[in-house]
Ligand binder design. Structure first.
Ligand code: SF4
Ligand code: SF4
Length: 109
């Protein structure tokens, strides 16, 4: 998966500094650093239109609950951290967000 060059955030007020930016098979992935947290932002088009799924890597304890209960197979584990593998199937049902015990994952329009 090729990496593109780093880009500077235009929103310095919230202390977000993008670390890298990747594109693969309909999923745009940005890794951001914010308040000493690493946030992976996945965006693309799901079954109900545009969707963005954020995973706070530091908070994810690898319990696999989101992976097990996502009805569409959008998520998978990458070692000890959840990741988005097929955003095109996401229905924005928010089940993953509701069930995550560590508030690691959020789903937005
Ligand atoms: S439910 Fe939350 S803590 Fe558990 S694997 Fe998914 S994102 Fe990580
Ligand atoms: S919002 Fe629903 S379909 Fe999308 S990743 Fe979460 S559980 Fe899966």
């Amino acid at each position: 998966m090729p990496e593109k060059e780093s880009r500077k955030s235009s929103n310095s007020a919230v202390d977000i500094a993008p670390v890298n930016y990747n594109v693969c098979e309909g999923i745009e992935i940005e890794t951001k650093a914010k308040n000493n947290l690493t946030i992976k932002e996945y965006s693309g088009t799901g079954k109900k239109g545009g969707v963005k799924i954020d995973i706070i890597v530091n908070y994810c304890k690898g319990c696999e609950i989101c992976v097990a209960f996502c009805p569409e197979g959008v998520l998978a584990m990458n070692k000890e951290v959840a990741e988005v593998v097929d955003i095109s199937k996401c229905t924005k049902c928010n089940i993953c967000e509701y069930l995550c015990p560590d508030f690691s994952i959020t789903v937005e329009e």
